[in-house]
Design a protein around this ligand. Structure first.
Ligand code: BTN
Length: 250
């Protein structure tokens, strides 16, 4: 049963600059654990690495979930990325049973190698612990036209399946999976998430072309460190890379 993430703590906005920014400003008034801020339209949606996130008004899920994961150390913060990636993966599996679904490190969701969802997590710290976390999720549901810059790389649930989805139903399923994973993490720790994340990781233990620190090279993803760095095996060495140091090439 849903006790945390549904119903009473849902704020639905017609238009906002960014649900993550709105959720951050809400933190001053200590909203309950599991509060969700959702918008039909974002005018300045934020993506990873300072990029923008574009989403056609009313077509997709653009939301931010507020959590207080006080049981997590700062060094464990990446476990939240794993948790949200896997909750999205399970949601997509439910609606798109025929898709080949993968998590592209650190936390993009791919359907047949095209990006269908992105996650932007912003944590506030209290010493060595995480005080609160704003988990921003963009999931392409019914959008079928994408800006030219991302047209080749992006997809949506509708583009994939050929039919529309009810946003409320998709939201409900996503919240159920998020809550389940969160309660499991609290009660049983991160081991299951660590395993499941690698099981669904795009290009894991396969040779792949990357641009690493500006140079094109072939390598193999061999793991993800607790802090979230990607471990890539080259000829003789294993590099531990952050998002700015590596780009996946085709
Ligand atoms: C990415 O670059 O892949 C992350 C995209 C995250 C987008 C979501 S949409 C809802 C929330 N509010 C924002 O401003 N960004 C996140």
């Amino acid at each position: 049963m849903n006790t945390l993430f549904t119903g009473k703590n849902l704020i639905v906005l017609e238009e906002v600059d960014s649900t993550n920014r709105y959720a951050e400003s809400l933190l001053k008034s200590s909203p309950p654990d599991g509060t969700v801020v959702m918008a039909h339209q974002q005018t300045a949606g934020r993506g990873q690495a300072g990029n923008a996130w574009f989403s056609q008004p009313g077509q997709n899920l653009t939301l931010s979930l507020i959590l207080y994961p006080l049981f997590l150390q700062v060094s464990q913060a990446f476990v939240l990325n794993k948790l949200v990636s896997l909750a999205l993966l399970d949601t997509l599996k439910h609606f798109l049973p025929k898709a080949s679904l993968k998590i592209k490190w650190p936390n993009d969701l791919l359907a047949d190698k095209l990006k269908i969802s992105g996650i932007l997590i912003q944590n506030q710290l209290a010493g060595s612990m995480i005080r609160n976390s704003v988990i921003g999720i963009g999931l392409n549901v019914n959008q079928v036209i994408f800006p030219a810059e991302i047209r080749e790389k992006a997809t949506s649930m509708k583009l994939f399946s050929g039919h529309e989805f009810d946003l409320k139903q998709v939201l409900g399923t996503l919240m159920t999976h998020l809550e389940r994973e969160y309660l499991r993490l609290k009660s049983s720790g991160p081991a299951r998430l660590d395993r499941a994340y690698l099981d669904h990781l795009y290009a894991y233990q396969e040779m792949h072309r990357f641009r690493i620190r500006g140079e094109v090279m072939e390598g193999m993803i061999v793991g993800v460190e607790k802090e979230g760095k990607l471990a890539v095996q080259l000829n003789r060495e294993v590099l531990h890379l952050n998002l700015k140091e590596i780009e996946f090439l085709l």
